[in-house]
Design a binder for this molecule. Structure first.
Ligand SMILES: [Zn+2]
Ligand SMILES: [Zn+2]
Length: 414
């Protein structure tokens, strides 16, 4: 067997056509983005046997067969969108006689660390499902798949597997388990996989913690918005305070209760088309708005926007974001209104995380609470971006209170 090292780390050239075994280590953001299912399918495509496994620090693979070189090329070229490969190391060994390819249980090694994928905005397929009356996930606010859904906020420990996430309390129903076990399914090894039968559920309570009896907590919440109420919504990374963005009295009340006299609030709109109704959106800003992390993007406000000027007093920008969870999609569609969405905290306090903590801290701000029974393990806040002239994007804040630009940043469009 002749091995040459042409270029790049671990990029072995392997004599094609002979059966051999490759031991591969992949480093980077390779857990939580559908990477193991991808490797599984790739091995099958190339007729290779062996296994793949998450360890605390990386993904390990052993493949055996004749098409290892092409497998390695595809591994780098066709990796799923959320994976960010930082290094691949390959060594070649004599074959062991594997006959099938399997996903092995993860191996935890104490002291190692892993770059974990951030939560990913709801993908178009999942969006379709929650809006299709015949789908079993119709209107289900916790729909996700290997291409989208919570990651960072539900992971209690690495390697990333369901027992080490806050989803471990939910036992999958037979339908969900079948999807989870099927290599050809979009939910193959999707750790937060869930449906209305087996997954988390919403409840609506008042600010004393008393349940509100209703058929559909989303419809009931939207009714509250229309009655000028402020609702705290449990999201992925924490609680958000929401209200009707077109109602100046409610916006001012939120400001007063939150003790945030002048800072701008972010606004969520259901679609890109709706964003364009309120703001001027350049192609670069469009890309940013629709990117997989759905950040808040500062956009120049149109003079005829229905969003109340109280939302961003004295400045000509609006911080706009698109829905990034099925719950947001369902709420925004039902509301048919732009909604203020701001972190669930008093100025300078960290964002609230648990149901009890939120009720304790936010009952003076929110009239009602839209809760659910999946725990948030890591809290985070929305990122705020601005696109400057020339299309260069700028991260203004991340994992903290969304900050709007100081005058120096306000260059776009001026
Ligand atoms: Zn999805
Ligand atoms: Zn289920």
């Amino acid at each position: 067997m002749s091995l040459r090292r042409p270029h790049g780390e671990g990029a072995f050239q392997i004599e094609p056509g002979t059966r051999k075994l490759a031991r591969i280590r992949v480093r980077g953001v390779v857990q939580g983005g559908g990477f193991r299912p991808f490797i599984f399918r790739l091995a099958h495509e190339h007729g290779l046997a062996g296994w793949v496994r998450n360890t605390s620090g990386e993904v390990n693979i052993e493949v055996e067969g004749k098409e290892i070189e092409r497998f390695l090329d595809d591994l780098k070229a066709k990796a799923p969108p959320m994976a960010r490969i930082e290094g691949v190391t390959t060594t070649i060994h004599p074959p062991k006689g594997y006959t099938e390819f399997v996903i092995k249980d993860s191996l935890a090694r104490v002291g190692e660390y892993q770059l974990v994928s951030p939560d990913i905005a709801t993908c178009p397929e999942c969006q379709n499902e929650i809006l299709s009356p015949r789908d079993r996930r119709y209107l289900y606010p916790f729909t996700n798949c290997t291409n989208c859904g919570p990651r960072f906020t539900i992971i209690e420990d690495i390697p990333y597997d369901r027992p080490r996430t806050t989803m471990r309390h939910f036992v999958m129903c037979p339908d969900c388990q079948r999807e989870y076990d099927d290599p050809l399914n979009r939910r193959f090894h999707a750790q937060p996989n869930a449906c209305p039968r087996c997954g988390p559920h919403l409840t609506l309570v008042d600010n004393g913690g008393n349940p509100v009896i209703c058929d559909d907590p989303i419809v009931a919440t939207v009714d509250l918005f229309k009655q000028s109420r402020i609702v705290a919504i449990k999201g992925l990374g924490g609680f958000l305070l929401a209200c009707d963005a077109t109602n100046p009295q409610t916006v001012n009340l939120l400001r007063e209760r939150k003790r945030r006299p002048a800072k701008p609030f972010a606004v969520m709109v259901p679609t890109l088309e709706e964003a364009k109704r309120h703001c001027v959106v350049s192609p670069e800003e469009e890309v940013l708005l629709e990117s997989s992390q759905c950040p808040i993007v500062l956009l120049e406000r149109r003079s005829d926007s229905l969003v109340s000027p109280e939302v961003t007093p004295g400045i000509k920008y609006l911080g706009i974001m698109l829905p990034y969870t099925p719950l947001h999609h369902l709420l925004l569609r039902e509301a048919g209104l732009p909604l203020v969405m701001t972190s669930g905290n008093l100025s300078e306090e960290p964002i609230a995380r648990d149901n009890d903590e939120a009720l304790r801290r936010l009952s003076g701000i929110a009239d009602y609470f839209l809760l659910h029974n999946r725990d948030i393990y890591s809290r985070y806040d929305d990122s705020v971006y601005i696109v400057e002239e020339g299309g260069k994007e700028h991260l203004l804040s991340h994992q903290g209170e969304p900050r709007f630009p100081e005058p120096a940043y306000r260059r776009y469009g001026e």
